[in-house]
Design a protein around this ligand. Structure first.
Ligand SMILES: [Zn+2]
Length: 309
């Protein structure tokens, strides 16, 4: 079965991939091409396909498997048709989808939806986009997290709720290019400098505000600053408008869709928003296929995610 390479709408996708069999065949084609590979022993010479088009058997190690083995779909009881809908909503909607909304849209529990979305974030983060930024790179830090809903609660009860602590986040935006974001423990010079040294090519022009923790950047970059405290925001092409624009996208996502992100789970959300921003030029089917192609990143169990056995 040849994969559909182009679709525009959720309904096109759902009408085409309307059975476990068709979805399995699609993932198998994307993962292995015409020749399935046994995920247990990595051999491909004697793999037999059962007539249901879902199960395979390896003649070398004699084990049975489905295309889910070794992917984010392994050990999930959710039908692949629902996974396909989830991938579409996650990858193709400009702001993604919350676990509450996904649960309602595809009729599963909120807990399953939450786990699915974390698995999708996990596969999205592999391979990581590690090529350094270059050219003109704007760098800034902000605080993300906390919870509007909790804040009201806090005012009422005076108690500190879960997720009320904000985390510092550093963003680096290449003008006209990609973004990288990193959750930090603190905003001291050492922490900020290490992240920028790792994320940006040497000798790039790096623009920040005049926050003094950035002073070490000049060791590796052409470091220029705008002095916001003196009401200086733009000096020629020296400004931090792109990174500030990105922070407003990030905050709209985190507060608008997820309502909050706890400190523990903030990094996957940061990566999700960055991933969507960095792939904003791709079509819907390209974004969908990218996630299918990365679905063999491995498995992420519920206990790994939550620490609950
Ligand atoms: Zn095998």
């Amino acid at each position: 079965m040849k994969p559909i390479e182009d679709f525009d709408t959720l309904i096109d996708l759902l009408l085409t991939y309307n059975t476990e069999e068709k979805c399995s065949q699609y993932i198998a084609f994307k993962r292995w091409g015409e020749k399935p590979v046994c995920p247990h022993c990595d051999k491909d010479e004697k793999v037999y396909r059962f007539s249901d088009n879902i199960y395979f058997k390896c003649g070398v190690c004699r084990k049975k498997f489905t295309v889910r083995v070794g992917t984010i779909f392994q050990d999930s009881k959710i039908p692949l048709t629902k996974w396909f809908a989830a991938i579409y909503l996650f990858a193709c909607r400009s702001k993604g989808v919350s676990s509450n909304q996904l649960a309602k849209d595809i009729k599963i529990t909120q807990k399953s939806a939450w786990h699915m979305l974390h698995r999708l974030r996990f596969s999205m983060a592999h391979p990581k986009y590690d090529e350094p930024l270059s050219g003109i790179v704007e760098v800034d830090e902000t605080y993300v997290g906390g919870l509007d809903k909790n804040k009201h609660q806090q005012n009422k009860t005076g108690k500190q709720g879960r997720g009320t602590v904000k985390s510092p986040v550093l963003a680096m935006v290449q003008r006209g290019g990609k973004v990288k974001t990193v959750q930090l423990d603190n905003v001291k010079a050492h922490a900020l400098t290490t992240v920028v040294f790792n994320g940006v090519m040497a000798n790039s022009r790096v623009i920040t505000d005049s926050f003094n923790a950035y002073w070490m950047l000049r060791a590796k970059f052409k470091h220029e600053t705008v002095n916001h405290s003196k009401n200086e925001f733009v000096r020629g092409d020296v400004h931090t408008n792109s990174v500030e624009g990105y922070f407003s996208i990030l905050k709209r996502n985190i507060y608008g869709i997820y309502h909050f992100a706890s400190k523990k789970h903030l990094t996957p959300y940061l990566e999700e928003v960055a991933y969507r921003f960095n792939n904003r030029q791709l079509t819907k089917s390209e974004r969908f296929n990218m996630l299918i192609n990365q679905s063999d990143a491995g498995i992420l169990t519920y206990s790994e995610l939550t620490g609950v056995k």
